[in-house]
Design a protein around this ligand. Structure first.
Ligand SMILES: *[C@@H]1O[C@H](CO)[C@@H](O)[C@H](O)[C@H]1NC(C)=O
Ligand SMILES: *[C@@H]1O[C@H](CO)[C@@H](O)[C@H](O)[C@H]1NC(C)=O
Ligand SMILES: *[C@@H]1O[C@H](CO)[C@@H](O)[C@H](O)[C@H]1NC(C)=O
Ligand SMILES: *[C@@H]1O[C@H](CO)[C@@H](O)[C@H](O)[C@H]1NC(C)=O
Ligand SMILES: *[C@@H]1O[C@H](CO)[C@@H](O)[C@H](O)[C@H]1NC(C)=O
Ligand SMILES: *[C@@H]1O[C@H](CO)[C@@H](O)[C@H](O)[C@H]1NC(C)=O
Ligand SMILES: *[C@@H]1O[C@H](CO)[C@@H](O)[C@H](O)[C@H]1NC(C)=O
Ligand SMILES: *[C@@H]1O[C@H](CO)[C@@H](O)[C@H](O)[C@H]1NC(C)=O
Ligand SMILES: *[C@@H]1O[C@H](CO)[C@@H](O)[C@H](O)[C@H]1NC(C)=O
Ligand SMILES: *[C@@H]1O[C@H](CO)[C@@H](O)[C@H](O)[C@H]1NC(C)=O
Ligand SMILES: *[C@@H]1O[C@H](CO)[C@@H](O)[C@H](O)[C@H]1NC(C)=O
Ligand SMILES: *[C@@H]1O[C@H](CO)[C@@H](O)[C@H](O)[C@H]1NC(C)=O
Length: 424
């Protein structure tokens, strides 16, 4: 999911700035080697369509997450993998819960019983979390209507272990105030922001000014022990979990997992496309994983050519150009029922034609099952919605369940291997 303050800053500060190196030349270079530094992901809740909570706006990321275990200070907790943000944090034991965060006064309002925020497993800082004086975390997620989902608290240095690799002296958050409601998934404790340092945001406590710091991947890729045979990339294959076991797929650091494992079963070929740079007036900086899709394939048509989008593992749906969203949502079989902004579907609905995204000359098909979400009352709905400025477009889990994605910091490309059929 995207950090809404970063999105806001983007609008306020970056609007006149030029994206450089946004070459749409498609590349297919480099090679990917097997890496053993892998962890299995868990998908909450279990089942092919996931389930969203009863409250909140459509596709608000609540209650549908892919989580990865990380270890800090001897405590192993599950964090959501998020390519749409760069801050890593774990909810702190004894946190205070609030109904919302008031944007104008920049304060939390209306204390709630902690069962409202409902974090289950929490992090207890010890001497392994070295608090940084004069810095704090304030991170808000989502669109902010009707409630603002924010996390506030101390930042500290910790040694973090992820997939058997140590990330030394990493800045992480241990927020002790939260207005993130109903997040009580079993064993879910925070977010690992897999983005670039340019997407991090800490605040100076004296002035509230924002400052950047090395993101967890930046730190890991820069440690002296992270040398050949490791290479500066991570990859993941998210699972649809058709068998409802909770198996969420695999995340590998330093290379790729076995392409032929039945839970992955990726093609042996891939295409790549450059990650696009955000530039501000003084420097060039990567922050999000933006790429340009050559377009969307639906039946025989290529629609919305050259669409720039973020690839966001923290997003449950597809937020795409309105002409594509409308076309898809008009072509469900059986047809959907529109109610407000939600398009209700038969839980087994399928698109009438094959749908995919085109990257590097290849079409990556998306299984209709991955475009159908489910509410706690059992109703199903379309995960395809129209995106508009300033947020733009976001391609999330429905696509990522159909490809092995390689985020390559060496070549600054994202590579995708199609996965049409796999087990789980
Ligand atoms: C992940 O799960 C698969 C399938 O159950 C299993 O074969 C594999 O050994 C697991 N990998 C790790 C790193 O636990
Ligand atoms: C939040 O407050 C800032 C000023 O502090 C304002 O510029 C911004 O528009 C507000 N955002 C929302 C979503 O109300
Ligand atoms: C908080 O909620 C729990 C469960 O609903 C309840 O047992 C507890 O008494 C509540 N605490 C307070 C202070 O209201
Ligand atoms: C949160 O943590 C900070 C730093 O440790 C502390 O100063 C503050 O009192 C804590 N707030 C709450 C509500 O516990
Ligand atoms: C992290 O590990 C280093 C040694 O690698 C150690 O010096 C340091 O105290 C550890 N703890 C923290 C909080 O950084
Ligand atoms: C809080 O979390 C528990 C345990 O995960 C869950 O059983 C319960 O339904 C959650 N409460 C709400 C209000 O979501
Ligand atoms: C920083 O923000 C807090 C509210 O979150 C506010 O109380 C405080 O006055 C601000 N500090 C400065 C120096 O603006
Ligand atoms: C590592 O550190 C160097 C400077 O020491 C910096 O130029 C580079 O961008 C850093 N990040 C990575 C991922 O290598
Ligand atoms: C541009 O990047 C530099 C270097 O990271 C940073 O100090 C500066 O605040 C950025 N400017 C804006 C407007 O974000
Ligand atoms: C899409 O981008 C390519 C490469 O820059 C360009 O050749 C092509 O004309 C663009 N197509 C459209 C419809 O904008
Ligand atoms: C990155 O993608 C987001 C979402 O579509 C968009 O708002 C932003 O303008 C893009 N940035 C660049 C540099 O293309
Ligand atoms: C792997 O994919 C091939 C087609 O590419 C398919 O025939 C085979 O059944 C798949 N294997 C698994 C385990 O899903």
């Amino acid at each position: 999911m995207r950090n809404s303050i970063v999105a806001l800053l983007h609008v306020l500060l970056f609007s006149r700035l030029v994206a450089v190196a946004a070459s749409t030349d498609l590349v297919s270079r480099g090679e990917h080697k097997y890496s053993p530094y892998a962890s299995n992901l868990t998908r909450w809740p279990h089942g092919p369509h996931g389930t969203r909570g009863a409250s909140g706006t459509l596709i608000d990321n609540e209650r549908n997450k892919y989580v990865l275990p990380i270890t800090v200070g001897g405590q192993t907790l599950n964090l959501e993998i998020d390519t749409g943000s760069s801050d890593t944090w774990l909810i702190q034991s004894g946190y205070e819960c609030y109904y919302t965060f008031d944007n104008s006064s920049q304060t939390f309002t209306e204390s709630e019983n902690s069962s409202f925020c409902n974090w289950t497993s929490t992090f207890t800082p010890t001497e392994d979390f070295a608090i940084i004086p004069n810095l704090h975390q304030l991170t808000c997620y989502g669109s902010g209507v009707p409630t603002r989902h924010c996390m506030y608290g101390p930042l500290g240095y910790s040694n973090v272990t992820i997939n058997g690799l140590e990330v030394p002296h990493q800045i992480i958050g241990a927020p002790n105030e939260s207005s993130n409601p109903l997040q009580g998934l079993p064993d879910y404790s925070g977010i690992i922001g897999l983005g670039f340092s340019g997407g991090t945001m800490a605040h100076k406590s004296s002035t509230n000014a924002t400052v950047q710091y090395p993101s967890i991947m930046e730190t890991l890729f820069n440690t002296s022990t992270f040398a050949a045979p490791h290479s500066k990339k991570f990859s993941f294959a998210l699972s649809r979990d058709a068998s409802s076991t909770g198996y969420g797929g695999v995340l590998t650091i330093g290379g790729i997992p076995s392409l032929t494992h039945p839970t992955i079963n990726a093609s042996s070929t891939f295409t790549s496309t450059p990650i696009e740079i955000y530039a501000n007036t003084s420097t060039t900086q990567y922050s999000w994983y933006n790429i340009t899709l050559e377009g969307f394939d639906f039946g025989e048509r290529l629609v919305a050519p050259n669409t720039t989008t973020i690839i966001d593992s923290g997003y449950n749906g597809l937020e795409i150009p309105s002409e594509v969203a409308t076309m898809l949502n008009n072509n469900w079989s059986p047809p959907g029922n529109v109610s407000g902004s939600t398009i209700f579907l038969d839980c087994n609905a399928v698109l009438s034609s094959a749908f995919g995204v085109r990257i590097g000359g290849a079409t990556y098909y998306i299984d209709s099952a991955d475009l159908v979400g489910q509410m706690t009352n059992g109703s199903c709905y379309s995960l395809v919605i129209a995106g508009f400025p300033p947020n733009g477009y976001s391609v999330g889990d429905p696509f990522l369940r159909n490809a092995l994605a390689v985020f390559d910091w060496g070549e600054m490309v994202i590579s995708f291997y199609p996965r049409v059929y796999y087990q789980s």
